[in-house]
Write a protein that binds this ligand. Structure first.
Ligand SMILES: [Fe+2]
Length: 486
């Protein structure tokens, strides 16, 4: 993507916005909304024959001079210095219509289709299912999220995931959350009133916290699409088998206060036990299938790329915190070291045979999207939790890179490929990122028993989320294989 900077070329339908032009003996005086200005010229003849007619022409947005400037015709280049001056003075305006209608209509259509499908499916689960949707919409519409510890008491894995992801959306994409609430309410009406009932009332009014984002047109259909897909998948999972959370912290009883480093080391052991209790990862079963394994590894690298593209966003909320040194510098160093890492992941995807178009069109899977959003919200809400959660983003200290060891099993006869894609893992090793959580936590002198309980419960949830991310990825790949898709 090329990011063009501001210039007079960026106006869509420019015109010189002047109330009047008055001729003085040696200059022109222009009266505008921004005030009265004098524009001079080298000669009186120049004023009469060049400057005045040109300014008059530029007052008309349909004048050919503007088209020549927008086409960057060489003949119009000499006008640019003067146009830049006029632009700096705020005398050029855009009469291109202010209209977010088309975009909002496209979003409304997508939301209507989403609600229709969800309502139809939810109706199969009876009245209680509709009620659950309405209750969820009401919880999401609240003005604040409430304490994290309260959210963690939710027994359903998909609902907890939606609630945690909503904390991210409320701060970072408020209109997406507002639209999801309206979509949920519409789906509930669709389930209750049936296809031909009056279940769709349009988008209606979004909550006050979402209005600016929505009314100013800061959201585009491309942004909301993966959220609709993800929320739709999670909501259907609510009524499926295996919706109940499977992992909880064993540290429910408040113990003694601990230093950060000792707590971090304890947690590594706790999380390893939680993962062992969850059972073998679906990835391990998948790599035993020589047909499925390469597909799973490619999909895993593609998802890793999509997560990495947003990874510095996760760290960003920590940058403005006034942590005591050297913690603050350590966090800033990590941000710098992670910046731009997605290019390694992209190269790995290309080496694995995924085309550039496929990479650009790929969407994050629902749980991968939830993971990156939740990690970002944790960085903003609870830095200690984020520090401890680094084991899920960087891997366990002393452990091996799980995606790399899968690749080794999936492509045993391609050492050249393995050597190439191992390069980024080596980059991570040089910076010793697997030790980053211990590094940060060693700078945290005190963790209260209450915070220990909360952090370890979030980490148990994240362990389950990671476990289910692999399950979802493998199931999706197996379904694609069964349907003969590439
Ligand atoms: Fe890293």
């Amino acid at each position: 993507m090329t990011l063009e900077r501001w210039s007079v070329h960026r106006y869509q339908m420019p015109h010189l916005h002047l109330h009047s032009i008055r001729k003085l003996s040696d200059a022109l005086e222009v009266d505008s909304q921004r005030g009265v200005f004098r524009i001079s010229c080298d000669s009186a003849a120049g004023i009469d024959h060049e400057l005045l007619p040109m300014l008059e022409s530029l007052r008309d947005p349909r004048n050919a001079l503007w088209s020549a400037i927008q086409r960057r015709d060489s003949g119009a280049a000499e006008l640019l210095p003067m146009l830049r001056e006029l632009d700096h003075l705020g005398l050029i305006r855009d009469c291109h219509g202010v209209d977010t209608g088309q975009t909002q209509q496209a979003i409304a259509l997508a939301l209507r289709a989403w609600s229709a499908d969800l309502g139809r499916d939810i109706a199969l689960h009876g009245e209680a299912a509709g009620l659950l949707l309405r209750k969820l919409a009401e919880r999401l519409a609240a003005d604040s999220d409430g304490p994290l510890s309260l959210a963690l008491s939710e027994p359903s894995f998909p609902i907890l995931t939606i609630m945690l992801q909503a904390r991210y959306l409320r701060a970072n994409a408020p209109s997406v959350l507002g639209l999801l609430i309206q979509g949920l309410l519409a789906a509930e009406r669709r389930a209750r009133l049936g296809e031909n009932g009056a279940w769709w009332n349009g988008i209606g009014q979004l909550p006050a916290w979402a209005e600016e984002d929505w009314l100013c047109g800061l959201i585009e259909p491309h942004t909301i699409a993966p959220y609709l897909a993800a929320a739709g998948a999670l909501l259907r999972d609510v009524f499926g088998e295996g919706a109940a959370r499977r992992a909880h912290s064993a540290r429910s009883e408040p113990g003694a206060a601990l230093s950060g480093i000792n707590f971090a080391i304890d947690l590594e052991g706790d999380v390893a036990r939680v993962l062992a209790d969850l059972g073998a990862s679906a990835a391990l079963t998948a790599v035993a299938d020589p047909l499925l394994a390469p597909r799973v590894v490619r999909a895993a690298f593609l998802q890793e790329y999509l997560v990495t593209c947003r990874f510095v966003e996760c760290i960003a909320p920590l940058l403005s915190r006034r942590f005591a040194e050297p913690l603050r510098s350590a966090v800033h160093r990590y941000f710098e070291e992670e910046m731009g890492h997605e290019k390694f992941e992209r190269e790995n995807c290309l080496r694995l045979g995924i085309s550039a178009e496929e990479i650009d069109e790929a969407l994050p899977m629902p749980l991968h999207l939830a993971f990156i959003d939740i990690i970002t919200t944790l960085a903003a809400e609870s830095p200690i939790t984020f520090f401890c959660a680094s084991m899920f983003t960087e891997g366990f200290i002393g452990g091996e890179d799980s995606i790399m060891s899968l690749a080794e099993q999936a492509f045993p006869h391609d050492p050249a490929l393995l050597h190439q894609i191992g390069h980024h893992v080596a980059v991570n090793d040089v910076a010793d990122h697997r030790g980053v959580g211990r590094d940060w936590m060693s700078r945290v002198p005190f963790v209260s028993p209450h915070l220990q309980s909360e952090v370890s419960e979030v980490l148990a949830y994240l362990a389950e989320l990671n476990w289910r991310m692999w399950e979802q990825l493998v199931q999706t790949c197996a379904a694609e294989q069964a349907h003969g898709r590439q």
